[in-house]
Ligand binder design. Structure first.
Ligand code: UDP
Length: 438
């Protein structure tokens, strides 16, 4: 019988359009891991919050994968930091869905701290094993964002609570593992490191001259590209400051920025675009900066490939998918030496690492890459080879499946904490024991 996985991701649906403030790497992770698990023979239901009447309750997504949009609060879009009070309802409606459709699961996989809490609750109540991936940790966010961190006050305490209550934690890279163990006191034996990855079929090198022509970019000026959410912590301001240093030194340059809440760049709906526009004007480089707005995955190879170098210099980064996408497109990435970026970028081989918020260091690395064609092309080639060989989603999904299988085996042994009377109980009975009928 095929094992059924409940994949919980309250704010990040695989079906969402990416590039806005709350739609980025987690959506990609959930989509890629779920669809690859589907290909491995698991039945995966991805539970997200329903935010519009136009969204059906159940979407048949890919073979073996459904998206279930659960009611939790009003049918509207709201920032992820406003969703926490809705989580008890999310939990209840997940149980109702199970009862109504007669679906039972063999394992729960939580994403982010809020779904982690729901996963821990359901894991205990239904006596099911739980795997959790946080994607980002509240303590790190608070350390870097201080007053401007809009996370609910309970976030860090809930994260600690989730860690105590679930079976396995997935860390996306060694630095996330260290956060879980050192900052949160997770048991090292509980943490499995499974690097996230890139889809090397979707992200492919395209001929640069053609992509520039298609995008209306000048063919003879070097292009530096940023792709990602337009929020202060992504450090795009740092990129503009570095670009200004290069332009002052007469380096010809175009900076191409992709991301934002809408397809057309709009300061009103993406305030960071407004900030960046004003900064570019202040720095005297406005005519060198192109704002593109958000684009979808199938269009992005063109943007990455139009660039000579791809830059991302966030203040901190739990993992960071965009440099891997750049590398898959055969472009070297220059990134801050923080978090997952120190793991994904081989400094000097597939790109360069620089200190965050240090425009002079970034400018120095860009200058080197833009003036040394042989080096730039070699790093780009090596970048593509590295991701093709090591960093693909089927590999990440297989490793995730190994964690599941280990837990299924443990679930059958007396030593396991998930062996309980209710594990063998029919689902309906288990749910009613906890929530009462109806
Ligand atoms: N992205 C996109 N369109 C955009 C901007 C970003 O599809 O206009 C995608 C990008 O390709 C990447 C994800 O959003 O897959 C961002 O993930 P990353 O891990 O780099 O950062 P996060 O958003 O999770 O902080």
């Amino acid at each position: 019988m095929r094992q059924r996985i409940a994949f919980l991701s309250e704010h990040a649906s695989p079906a969402a359009r990416l590039g806005g403030e709350d739609a980025g790497g987690q959506n990609v992770y959930v989509d890629e891991i779920a669809r690859n698990l589907g290909e491995l023979g698991y039945e995966v239901d991805v539970f997200t919050r329903r935010d519009s009447l136009d969204t059906p309750e159940v979407i048949e997504w890919t073979p073996g994968v459904r998206i279930v949009n659960l009611m939790a609060g009003p049918l509207d879009r709201r920032p992820k930091d406003a969703l926490w009070p809705l989580m008890p309802e999310f939990r209840e409606n997940l149980l109702r869905f199970m009862r109504r459709t007669g679906t039972r699961y063999d394992l729960i996989h939580g994403n982010f701290w809020m779904s982690g809490w729901v996963a821990a609750e359901l894991g205990e109540r239904l006596a099911l094993p739980v795997v959790q991936i946080f994607h980002a940790m509240g303590l790190t966010k608070q350390r870097h964002q201080g007053e401007s961190d809009t996370s609910p006050g309970e976030r860090i305490a809930i994260e600690r609570d989730v860690i105590r209550r679930i079976d396995r934690l997935i860390a996306q890279c060694p630095s996330e593992r260290a956060e879980l163990v050192d900052d949160y006191g997770a048991d090292p034996a509980q943490v499995v490191t499974i690097p996230s990855a890139v889809n090397t079929d979707v992200f492919q090198p395209l001929p640069q001259a053609e992509t520039r022509e298609a995008l209306g970019l000048p063919c003879d000026t070097p292009v530096v590209v940023y792709v990602g959410r337009m929020v202060p912590r992504k450090g795009v301001r740092n990129l503009l400051r570095a670009a200004a240093l290069l332009i002052q030194r007469r380096q010809p340059l175009t900076v191409l920025l992709v991301g934002g809440e809408t397809r057309e760049p709009d300061d009103a709906v993406t305030p960071e675009i407004g900030v960046l526009r004003r900064l570019a004007t202040e720095l005297g480089i406005a005519e060198h900066v192109i704002f593109t707005g958000k684009r979808q995955r199938d269009e992005l190879s063109r943007y990455y490939s139009a660039g000579d170098v791809v830059v991302t210099t966030p203040w901190y980064e739990p993992f960071g998918l965009t440099p891997l996408e750049a590398m898959a497109c055969g472009r070297p990435a220059v990134a801050s030496a923080v978090g997952g970026l120190t793991y994904t970028i081989a400094d000097g081989q597939t790109g360069f690492l620089v200190p965050p918020e240090d425009p002079a260091s970034l400018a120095a690395r860009l200058s080197r890459l833009l003036t040394d064609d042989a080096l730039r092309l070699a790093l780009g080639r090596q970048a593509r080879e590295r991701v093709e060989a090591q960093v693909t989603w089927p590999v990440a999904a297989r490793r995730t499946a190994q964690v599941y299988e280990e837990l299924f085996t443990l679930a059958g042994t007396p030593a396991s904490r998930f062996v309980s009377a209710s594990y063998e109980m029919p689902l309906e009975q288990t749910i009613e024991n906890h929530y009462g009928a109806g």
